[in-house]
Structure formats: C-alpha cells, structure tokens
Design a binder for this molecule. Structure first.
Ligand code: SF4
Length: 470
C-alpha cells in the first residue's frame, strides 16, 4: 500500500541568483528551503561565461546534488527549481530548469504555475514543426521564444508570454541576463532579495533567510524584472488583469516563516484561527492542531477562545512523501505512519481539532478516530478555510472535483463522515477578513467556484498536455 497525504500539493518552487561566486551552492541551499513546494525532481542551470551547465534529477534536493554535481555547476549566475508535477508527468525529461539552444544562444527557464491554454498552443506549434522533448507546459514558452523574430531575449519572452494564459511565476536565464516574471494576476508568489552585491529571486522568502539574503520586495503581478550588466530594470509589458493571488498559499502551501503577498504567513494563519474561534466557538478543554500546517491556526483559535493549546498529535518527520508498507497482510497502518496521539494529554478531554482543510475526508476521519482512541471525550473539528468545492487550475495539484468531499456533501454530512461531534469551517468572509482583503486581490476559486481564468475542462484537475479540451 502506498499512503498519500490527503492535502492539495504544491507544484513548484523557483530560485535565481545573479552575480555571486558561489551561485550554484547558494541555489542549492535556496532550493533546500523551498523543498516543501516540490519533492519529485530538482535542477539547477548555472552560467559560466557564455556556457550553461545543467544538473537535474528525480528526487529531493539533497539526493539530486551530491558535491560532485555542485562542483560541475560553475559560474556566478544560476536558476533552480523544485517540482511536483501538475501539467506533465513525473519523469526526468520534465525536471526543470528546461534548457534550449537557439540561434541566439543557450537559454533556460523554470516555472511555478500552470498554463491553462497549453494544449492548444502546443498542438499549433507541433503542426508548425516544433519538436517537444518534455510533456511540461513550460517548454511551450521556450519554443515560442525560439520562434520569435524579436531582437532581444526580453522582447521574445514578452512575445511568448502574450500568447499564454494562466499562472506563471518564472525565471529565465541567458548568458547575459536573468529575467523574473509574474503573470498579470500574480497567482504564485515571487520575491526579490539581495545578498552582498548579488540579486536573488525566490518563490518564498524563507529561501533568503537560509542564505543570509535581505528581502527587498515582491515581483508585482504583471511585472517583468530584467537583471543584466545594465542593472535591474522593471517593465510592465503584459496586458493588465485584476490580481488573483492564491489565498491557499496562506492557508496551507507556503512556509509559515515566509513573507508573501505583503504579509507573514504565520501571522495570517494565526488570524485565520482567531477568526475561526469567533465564528465557530465550542466548549472544550484543549485545542489540538493537526501538525504541521494546522499549528498556527490552532494557536490563534486557542488565543481567541481562551482554551489551552497542546501538541496532542505528534508528527513523524522522517516519513517520505510515500510509504510502502512492508506487508499488507499485517494491517492497514494508514495515517498512524505520520501521526500519533499523545494519550496523556488527550484522555478524558473535549478536544478542538484544528486543521487547514478537508480534501477527500478520509484522512480527517482517521485522525478523529485516532484522537478518540487516545481517550478523547468529544472531538470538535475546526477548519481554517471554507469548504473546498473545486479543483485548482493554476499550478496546484488537486483531486478531481468529484473526489472533493465538500463538492458533493453538506457540512453536516461531512461531519458524519469524519465522525466528529461537531464540524465548523471558516466562512469566506472570515477568510477575506483574516487575509486583509481590501482590494479584491486574491483568488478564492477552490472555495467559490468562480475562476479568474476560464479553464477548458470541467472534470479534470490540472491540464495534462495530451488531454484535449472539450
Ligand atoms: S483555485 Fe484555490 S489553490 Fe488554485 S489559485 Fe485559486 S485559491 Fe489557489
């Protein structure tokens, strides 16, 4: 049996560095800090003079870059990527950064997000003779650039990006420039930092902290930042759209020590818990988070409700993304591989169990029964966001709509399924209040079913490139 987290999975993390003698080593460390954003593959492309060096592989950052691999990555510039597949399957050819030779020289690109019109563009490019080496939507941008007649890298990238739609926080590298772009809606985060004289780019600021870099600012939605010998330039070459930054980055994906979309993630998660306590109060003895992602919201709930907080569930941090049970015949270990309840804390108590989401409901049910088995008198489940009723098409790997329990069940039906004494979700208004929504700048589509960019298929999660839109 293979056990999986019953969570949405993030898609990718990107890291870039310009003008540092230890570029590849720092990119390695930056990717290490972004490992939570993707664990299937990792890669770094460095620039040494006019030559690019590439190291990519399947697995975690520490496995992909042994010392000898890092030694091969020469030069003072680099871009790197960690990946969890959304569009494109999980194979080495899809590991990023992707690199291409063109008549203008070598170029490399890495991307966090999902292009919703990838299939249509790829079909057209193939009809015109392009040969793709991967099934990743990101390669489309390279092909569009290679075909462009524009004079500069910047112009050919802009020409390519004007043809794609969807979510992209991307880094592009040639021998003479490093370019960072966020799509006009700014779905995924991307920040700029500085380290001595070097410029740094990263999906999340936790990567800056690890290497001692200083956070400067976010790349704005629709902004293109070009770093070259001329210095740092900011352009706005893309058609403007209302921003739709992914609110689930706050709820679950980003690391709590990161600062994204203008606020600290831990602080926002705690506000979610505070809001939740006011919307869904309950008489109880103990607030217990589902670790790790439920911790900050549970702290907020405990603070606002006055109910003591305890780490009544302990997580095993040494379990990989998947776990193969040695013998199925022994028993179904299920969620116990990852979590265990602390009986001495829980026994005889009324527990408020705080988690960040219920996706299919199967894991929540197992956790509730684990807490009951440890002697809890009552288990009240509280979720720090609204019911998840739709999949994400913008760079997050989600189950099909039909697999999302809240898409087909009422809150009380879900409560019965997970066998909780009560179940309370944060309202959409509560979520908006907690994230400080004032300018309608977030995407809430997986809670509201109102998608900022239309998607061609209704019954799928991420667009697979060879799936034809209906
Ligand atoms: S649909 Fe949900 S997960 Fe996807 S970008 Fe919007 S808020 Fe984020």
């Amino acid at each position: 049996m293979i056990t999986h987290d019953d969570h949405f999975r993030d898609a990718c993390g990107v890291f870039g560095i310009w003008n540092h003698p230890e570029a590849a080593n720092l990119a390695y460390l930056g990717l290490y800090a972004l490992q939570h954003r993707g664990q299937e593959s990792a890669g770094i492309v460095s620039v040494n003079g006019s030559q690019m060096c590439v190291e990519r592989g399947m697995g975690m950052v520490a496995d992909v870059f042994p010392k000898r691999a890092l030694r091969r990555l020469k030069g003072n510039r680099a871009i790197g990527h960690v990946r969890y597949s959304t569009a494109g399957d999980s194979r080495l050819v899809n590991a990023q950064p992707l690199k291409l030779d063109s008549y203008r020289g070598e170029m490399a690109i890495c991307h966090n997000g999902n292009l919703v019109n990838a299939y249509l563009i790829r079909s057209e490019l193939e009809r015109r003779g392009s040969i793709f080496t991967s099934t990743s939507d990101t390669e489309i941008i390279l092909h569009l650039m290679a075909r462009s007649g524009a004079q500069t890298w910047e112009d050919s990238l802009v020409e390519a990006l004007r043809q794609v739609d969807g979510a992209y926080s991307l880094l592009f590298q040639s021998s003479d420039c490093l370019i960072a772009v966020r799509d006009p809606r700014g779905f995924r985060p991307l920040s700029i930092g500085k380290l001595d004289g070097a410029m740094i780019l990263a999906s999340e600021t936790c990567a800056f902290d690890l290497i001692g870099a200083r956070f400067v600012r976010d790349v704005e939605p629709g902004e293109m930042v070009v770093i070259s010998e001329r210095g740092v330039e900011s352009h706005r070459p893309l058609e403007q759209h209302p921003p739709a930054q992914c609110v689930f980055e706050y709820v679950y994906f980003s690391r709590p020590d990161s600062h994204i979309f203008g606020r600290g993630v831990h602080e926002v998660r705690k506000s979610l818990g505070i809001q939740l306590a006011s919307e869904a109060p309950v008489k109880a003895d103990l607030v217990v988070p589902v670790p790790d992602s439920g911790v900050a919201a549970a702290l907020g709930y405990a603070q606002a409700s006055g109910i003591p907080f305890e780490m009544g569930l302990v997580r095993n941090h040494y379990v990989g993304r998947t776990f193969i049970e040695p013998r199925q015949s022994i028993r179904d270990f299920g969620v116990k591989i990852k979590l265990n309840a602390v009986r001495t804390l829980i026994e005889g108590k009324r527990i408020v169990l705080v988690d960040d989401s219920i996706v299919r409901g199967t894991t929540s049910r197992k956790i509730v029964s684990m807490v009951r088995a440890a002697g809890a008198r009552e288990v009240h489940m509280r979720i720090s966001c609204p019911p998840t009723i739709g999949p994400c098409y913008y760079g997050i790997d989600t189950p099909l709509r039909s697999e999302l329990i809240a898409a087909t069940h009422s809150v009380d039906e879900i409560r019965k399924r997970v066998r909780a004494d009560s179940l309370g979700y944060l309202s959409l208004q509560g979520l908006q209040r907690a994230v400080g929504e004032t300018h309608k700048s977030f995407c809430y589509a997986c809670y509201t079913d109102k998608y900022p960019v239309p998607f061609p298929r209704e019954d799928t999660s991420q667009l697979k490139l060879f799936q034809k839109p209906r």
